[in-house]
Design a protein around this ligand. Structure first.
Ligand code: GLA
Ligand code: ZN
Length: 673
């Protein structure tokens, strides 16, 4: 599928636009459009008055022209009449002030009126269109997110807490409310966190985030129910966002049929796009891992955005590279925001396939059509998967808790940044990675990397222990195993549930200033065979070995000579502990060794220049290897011994593979098994 968000509802006064759009869609080799995303006013201009005629005509025209639609439910924005008549649909902020009508994504997920209005609308859409030949699925709402502190939401939060804790005594203990005399004696005293009220109870903050996530998912479920009731076979998706932390996407994924997300990389910030590319590669891997199945790139810009600090144009080749990067990591679609630039309002300068000029003779249009041509040759790749032997742990409740901790480095605990650094070492090597949660299945992996698992449940500790016992390699870093699921510190020594598996005790953690440096010196003859020394920054833990072997020690300060990197042989596996934050040279060398030791395969058995990666999709018989050049210069790589065919040209390839600047090559080989 190749296409875009399409808003014909902005052009109803000018029917010529739709006719022209159909001609242009075919020229651009686009075969799918997401329609109706913010079309509530066009569908229900007055309460109870529905105007589906324009959508009937649109979908019929699509069907006649071989264009498909992801049909949206319009709840991402509501008509003015609704806010005017029912102010309860509008969000109340943490400061307890209700928003005015306006913008979008500004609705209460608990409001009975909003739930009823969306249910009525969605049922009507489903009854009218869910058997329509052009409609291939539901695009539910748009980029769910945000929170509301209205009375309905407070009541729902209390209900959620009663259900979770059963009694106020249990809640008080879990939240450690005896601190500062915050003990609750009546459920009515419990309120959401607020800047001018309660914000110092970490357990409350954490549960509030869990509740917001659950309530949003519950709202989405209510949106989906009438759709599935009419036609259970039509797949449902909801577009997700880059590293969004307001919603637990792993739980959200459970109620959706297909994962889709909106990617807006800031290309060309630096001479090499390596860092941005690895960041988005992580996202793609994370979204694929949510279901372990191909996903959809629901939005991306055909040229530039208009909301980033600087709107840099994609350089020639980058549109193709950026789009195929998503495919390489498991996307089965390339879709854009937006098909046609709006004439007015806040997104009129956002990139689009069709510009204000209104014709196909633009650089961007040619790029899009060129990509459409490439995608038409990739049909055989559709549905293929990614088989990763390495997994990185990444959990929403850990993100929430570690950032709320008030601990060793409040200026920036750097959680996501750290996860990215660990990930990038694998991206550099062209090693496929899954991004999984603590509750995930560890069974199929050889290596699991757990950076800063600050919030660690006893149960996760036991499962990771069994993973190592069974022969797996585990890497855990500083500031792990610190609190339990209630954000209460593990007593008896960190890293709590993993102390035995790792064979260490973390006694203290040192927060360093930006200009402070320590060093990590590898010991002579260490078991990993690594040498030299590396910089330690920002966070240095002071640990004791309790059975683990020391591989490297600190170089400076009063803890010079104490362990900075350890390994514990446990059962049939190994558990490494990295006590300090360090930089890429270390991660590259360290994970290079670990991958070799654990027998982890790269997409290509060859050295890749900095900024070039290889990713592989497979159906078990054929491997599709995507070689992606983000280095900012032309490159050549030496292929390994397998027999390759270039998927686009059908020609055999061997020996040296040439990559243009921003180039990408798609190669096919027999699966390596
Ligand atoms: C988001 C939204 C779109 C649009 C784009 C602009 O992804 O879903 O409606 O606003 O951003 O980049
Ligand atoms: Zn509310």
């Amino acid at each position: 599928m190749h296409g875009a968000d399409y808003n014909p509802d902005q052009w109803l006064h000018d029917p010529e636009v739709l006719r022209e759009d159909i001609r242009l869609m075919k020229l651009a080799k686009c075969n799918v459009m997401s329609v109706g995303i913010f079309a509530w006013s066009a569908l229900e201009p007055e309460e109870g008055v529905f105007t589906f005629g324009w959508l009937d005509r649109l979908l019929d025209t699509f069907a006649e022209n071989g264009i498909y639609a992801w049909l949206a439910t319009p709840s991402g924005a509501r008509p003015a009449w609704m806010s005017q008549r029912y102010p309860e649909v509008l969000r109340v902020r943490a400061n307890r002030v209700r928003n005015l009508h306006g913008a979008r994504h500004n609705h209460c997920y608990s409001s009975p009126v909003y739930r009823e209005k969306t249910a009525v609308m969605n049922r009507k859409l489903a009854e009218r269109y869910s058997q329509h030949p052009a409609v291939v699925g539901w695009h539910v709402s748009n980029e769910y997110g945000g929170e509301c502190h209205c009375d309905y939401c407070q009541e729902a939060f209390r209900g959620w807490l009663k259900n979770k804790y059963g009694s106020l005594d249990a809640l008080n203990l879990a939240w450690w409310t005896s601190f500062w005399s915050h003990t609750y004696t009546d459920w009515a005293q419990v309120e959401s966190p607020s800047p001018q009220g309660e914000n110092a109870v970490h357990g409350l903050n954490l549960d509030w985030r869990r509740f917001v996530s659950d309530q949003t998912i519950d709202f989405c479920k209510a949106e989906i129910a009438p759709l599935r009731a009419v036609n259970p076979d039509l797949p449902v998706t909801a577009n997700m966002m880059d590293l969004f932390d307001g919603l637990d996407y792993r739980q959200f994924a459970e109620i959706l049929d297909v994962i889709s997300w909106d990617a807006y990389p800031t290309w060309h910030e630096a001479a090499s796009d390596r860092e941005v590319a690895a960041w988005f590669a992580f996202d793609h891997d994370m979204f694929r891992s949510l279901k372990g199945r191909p996903f959809m790139l629901m939005e991306s810009t055909p040229s530039q955005t208009n909301w980033q600090p600087v709107s840099k144009l994609k350089r020639p080749g980058m549109h193709r590279l950026s789009s195929l990067q998503a495919v390489a990591h498991g996307s089965d679609t390339v879709q854009y925001f937006q098909w046609r630039k709006s004439r007015g309002s806040s997104e009129k300068f956002h990139g689009a396939v069709v510009d204000h000029a209104g014709h196909e003779h633009t650089r961007v249009f040619r790029d899009v059509a060129g990509l459409g041509e490439t995608l038409s040759k990739l049909t055989e790749v559709l549905g293929t998967g990614v088989k990763a032997e390495t997994a990185i742990l990444f959990d929403w409740d850990n993100r929430w808790a570690v950032k709320d901790a008030q601990g060793p480095r409040n200026k920036d605990i750097g959680y996501e940044r750290t996860v990215m650094q660990h990930y990038r070492a694998f991206w550099d090597m062209g090693v496929p990675v899954d991004v999984i949660g603590a509750a995930g299945d560890f069974g199929g992996y050889k290596l699991i990397v757990a950076p800063m698992v600050y919030l660690l449940r006893e149960e996760t500790g036991r499962r990771l222990e069994r993973f190592v016992e069974g022969g797996g390699t585990l890497v855990v870093t500083y500031w792990s195993g610190v609190v339990d699921e209630n954000d209460l510190c593990h007593l008896g020594g960190f890293p709590g549930p993993l102390r035995k598996t790792l064979g260490i005790w973390a006694e203290e953690i040192d927060g360093l200033h930006d200009h402070d440096r320590n060093g990590i010196a590898l010991l002579e003859g260490n078991a990993l065979g690594l040498g030299g020394s590396y910089e330690a920054r920002e966070l240095c833990e002071l640990i004791h070995t309790e059975g683990a072997e020391t591989l490297a020690v600190y170089e400076d300060d009063f803890y010079a000579g104490r362990p900075a990197l350890t390994v514990n042989r446990f059962g049939h596996g190994k558990a490494y502990y990295l006590a300090a934050r360090t930089d890429e040279p270390f991660y590259g060398a360290f994970y290079g060794r670990l991958a070799a030791e654990a027998g982890i395969r790269r997409a290509l058995d060859t050295e890749l220049p900095a900024g070039v990666t290889a990713q592989v999709r497979t159906d078990g018989e054929r491997d599709y290897v995507f070689v992606l050049n983000f280095s900012g210069a032309a490159q050549r790589i030496e292929l390994d011994g397998c027999a390759y065919t270039d998927v686009e040209s059908g020609e055999p390839v061997s020996g040296e593979l040439a990559l243009d600047m921003h180039g990408v090559r798609i190669l096919k080989r027999a699966a390596r098994g």
